[in-house]
Ligand binder design. Structure first.
Ligand SMILES: [Zn+2]
Length: 390
């Protein structure tokens, strides 16, 4: 199939027009931002575009209006299957002058989601169009997953994983056309110290839960420094944590009976939830051994695993070759710090890599994507599919 790659030509005008239409559709995540438009309208648009490209179209709707769309081009048989994945929900638009303008100037297209990550979805559609225009028939299946709710709970990718098994996936979160092989995970943890409520004048009876939380925080502060001094993961750096939110006590003239702290712990590939929790439990155990009135309970209530793929993985090598052909040099291998749907696919046994366009302003008041990088991403995706699916 190597000769097929030479026939790939991206329809730049079509990709730009498609990107503009995607940006003009409000798809603010309604769980993240109450009143957000959700994904129904953009799902209908993407389903239409996939059908026009001759792909089989399938939708999943695990909650009303939270629709994800799957486009499939069946292979002729005997090749490996590949999914291109892009989320089309966005964060909110507060403070943005013209969030849905799709203004195009100086090679950049502006608007909410341009960079995170409708540029990526436009590239996926443009890549599929280039394969069709070139008359390429892959041996393995090619899927485009346009997914809902990545910015909150990943309903979209979670609901498509059990429906369609694939050998590999390319998650197209923006990376400035670098090949991302790892990202961090995170745990949300609640720590509760308990004391004894008493009138503020009766120190003999009160046990101050807030003061006890202070002791825990002092230990946490030391652990936080220690985490950052560990040998860093070569692509994503060291683990970290922060004491994100606190709440304790019930009134000024009352000893606090209860104090609650919520911690976010960012994890690196190779770390486990059990190990991260044991490090925190050790602080509480030491404080309890020092003072019998110290009582703390810890629990993790949300966990997102870190992600890592070997540079030797077949999908990584296919993307490397495709990117080198398009960029004229081998792409950089990088890590990234935010969590992505890549971790869900990898945990489901799908060999996954991340590559996406260049731009700026994810979650900020001015967001743009560099359209040249969107067009080049489309070509990289098409060439990687020819290489990987055969
Ligand atoms: Zn994103």
């Amino acid at each position: 199939m190597a000769g097929e790659a030479a026939k790939i030509a991206i329809d730049r005008d079509w990709v730009l027009a498609t990107l503009a239409r995607l940006i003009r559709i409000n798809s603010v995540n309604p769980t993240l931002v109450p009143g957000g438009a959700g994904e129904a309208e953009i799902a209908a648009f993407v389903a239409g575009a996939l059908a026009e490209l001759g792909m089989e179209v399938d939708t999943v709707e695990p909650e009303p209006g939270r629709i994800s769309v799957l486009g499939t081009t069946r292979g002729s048989g005997g090749g490996r299957s590949l999914m291109w994945n892009a989320h089309y929900d966005t964060v909110g638009v507060e403070g943005m002058a013209e969030p849905f303008s799709a203004d195009f100037r100086d090679g950049r297209m502006y608007g909410r989601g341009a960079y995170d990550m409708k540029g990526s979805l436009a590239a996926c559609l443009g890549g599929a169009k280039a394969l069709r225009d070139a008359g390429v028939r892959l041996r393995g299946d090619l899927l485009i997953a346009a997914v809902a709710d990545e910015e909150y709970g990943s309903l979209g990718t979670t609901s498509i994983i059990p429906r369609r098994s694939v050998d590999a996936a390319i998650v197209t979160e923006p990376t400035s056309l670098q090949v991302c092989l790892a990202h961090k995970g995170y745990l949300w943890i609640e720590v509760e110290t308990t004391g004894r409520a008493a009138h503020g004048s009766r120190f003999q009876e009160g046990i101050d839960a807030n003061m006890r939380m202070g002791r825990f925080l002092a230990g946490l502060d030391k652990l936080e420094c220690e985490l950052r001094s560990r040998p860093p993961h070569p692509l994503v750096g060291p683990p970290s944590l922060h004491a994100a939110m606190m709440n304790g006590g019930s009134g000024l003239s009352t000893y606090a009976a209860r104090s609650v702290l919520q911690i976010e712990r960012r994890s690196v590939p190779g770390e486990t939830e059990a190990r991260a929790m044991a490090e925190l439990q050790a602080i509480a155990d030491r404080l309890a051994a020092e003072d019998a009135t110290f009582h703390a309970t810890l629990r993790s209530f949300f966990v997102r695993e870190p992600f890592e793929v070997s540079p030797q993985a077949a999908i990584v090598q296919a993307v490397d070759r495709a990117a080198e052909a398009v960029l004229g040099r081998p792409p950089l291998h990088v890590g990234d710090t935010p969590w992505m749907d890549a971790a869900l696919l990898a945990a489901a046994g799908v060999e996954t890599v991340v590559i996406g366009p260049h731009g700026a302003g994810a979650h900020a008041v001015e967001e743009w994507v560099e359209v040249d990088s969107v067009v080049r991403l489309a070509e990289i995706l098409a060439r990687a599919a020819i290489d990987y699916c055969g």
